[in-house]
Design a protein. Sequence first.
Length: 404
Amino acid sequence: MPRWIRSVTAAAAASATSGSTDRLYSSGSSSSPVGGGDPGRGDVRVLGDPHGVEAPLFGRQGQLRNAHRYVCREHRHTESHDLDATGFRGMVATDLTECQIGGMGICDGRSVIVTGAGRGLGRAHALALAAAGASVVVNDLGVAQDGSDPSDTPAQQVVDEIAAAGGAAVASQHDVADWAAAGEMVQLAIDSFGGLDAVVNNAGIVRDRMFVNSEEAEWEAVLRVHVMGHAAPSRHAAAYWRSRSKAGESNDARIINTSSGAGLMGSIAQAAYSAAKGAIASMTLVQAAELGRIGVTANALAPAARTRMTEEAFADMMADVGPDAFDAMDPANVSPLVVWLASPDSAGVTGRVFEAEGGIVGLAEGYRHGPRVDKGARWEPAELTAVVEGLLDEATEPTPVYGT
């Protein structure tokens, strides 16, 4: 079975093929970025410090924009078109007499990858981004909660939902934790939509077990999907954005990672998951600091919502509510923040971890330098008892680990 299945619905698909499309690397090499150029610069704040970034990107050649996308009424005449050399044929609306131009959205014309987008939070993000005008790569292996039994059905179902509403989407069954496959997924976005503006890293699995009972294979699986599954897509996307910058083109790009309260505060019986999510938060800080100069921001989410990974661990909190009550645990409550972060409006925000739950949006304040004592010389071990006691008295109490 191929790793990906494509299905695009957009009236201006031909415009994406008539113009030149951006490639991740130059044709002469599979590993050499395209060079040349000196981008313009602006300012963005990274952890409170200004870093130079490129001016926002507008009007990239080949980008599908909402002004060219048509939302059809009850009748849609379709015609298949060859979109690229891979042989993909997509269904494209051509009977414009039965259509109306879609309204402008906050992500109009942007191309976004969402991983783990077949269910839960990822599905909600993909649908919200499409509704806001983005063209979406819907990535999902379709696996069970433990990572087994892959299927292409979940991703394709989300693509079909987006297409039925008149949006543009492509289904991807790439393994995001596989370095080469992640690169293929990024290239899929570039080939399908003329470029890439944002990556929403959301894919994840759990292996919940008390630390003393945890197994090597469980650690390897969780760290692979979460840490490598965030690093690999972002790395290939960053290479593409760097190649554009070197060619003198500007970026207004986004990396949106998914951490967790477990990664920030810890969670009982989730040592591997907590470690992976903590690594993602730290990775986000480094990405923000390094990539700002080429017009890329990086932020992370620590969401609380009803998903397959939370329904069992927090059954009472995730229980359904009555039909007239606000469902604070609905995954769709988190998605407006994702849409905003993926949009040009968020250009001045980077290196942050956002908490989102129900109607709450907040900022997580992570590790920072606290009380300290400088002796000006090497300490004797016996001296440190009183010193550490004094430091603990001055310090803020840490947030309790979830489940304690």
